[in-house]
Design a protein around this ligand. Sequence first.
Ligand SMILES: Cc1cc2nc3c(=O)[nH]c(=O)nc-3n(C[C@H](O)[C@H](O)[C@H](O)COP(=O)(O)O)c2cc1C
Length: 189
Amino acid sequence: MIRELILKNRSYRRFYQETTIDLETLKELVDLARCSASAANRQPLKYILSCGPEKNALVFQHLAFAASLKDWSGPAEGERPSAYIIVLGDTEISKSFGVDPGIAAQSILLGAVDRGLGGCMLGAIQRDGLRKALDIPERYEILLVIALGKPGETVVLETVSPDGNTTYWRDKDSVHHVPKRSLDDIIIG
Ligand SMILES: Cc1cc2nc3c(=O)[nH]c(=O)nc-3n(C[C@H](O)[C@H](O)[C@H](O)COP(=O)(O)O)c2cc1C
């Protein structure tokens, strides 16, 4: 079951935007992050939730989707995420956040997939602009944005070809392909 969930948990970047996600669902997802591991149990992560059209539009304009797809400038109106969770680091609790945001984001995304949703972690963020747009105090470092929605695209895993190229691509039918290294390549001892 966990394997199925992880295989289904792809980075989705096109959604059925009209399928809304309510605040309660976002809170349930953050609760999964809250219960996850944290270095020294410091729990320095804080969250901003967005699921309404105006706030979503503000968040969206500060994100960069799929930089490797050179001929695609991100999801068009109608296929954009329905909600976002912004992962912040509270510098009054800790000065560095290590792998905590990754663990939290994975918990959130697995929870989303379990609910028939999907999403994408985004690190390519215009941080200054987003901070201004949402009036985020300097105390909080902007670590990640998690885009969420009902996936509107098919994503399939591939094996990395012998040339070692890991760049993802989209085919003529708009299916998104993600090459993964083989087990033999990553277990080195
Ligand atoms: C820390 C992190 C930051 C990422 N930032 C972005 C991003 O800014 N924009 C984006 O479109 N995808 C982003 N991704 C998604 C990756 O591109 C994606 O995980 C990769 O292509 C593999 O696809 P998969 O998640 O379906 O396995 C990020 C993923 C991680 C883990």
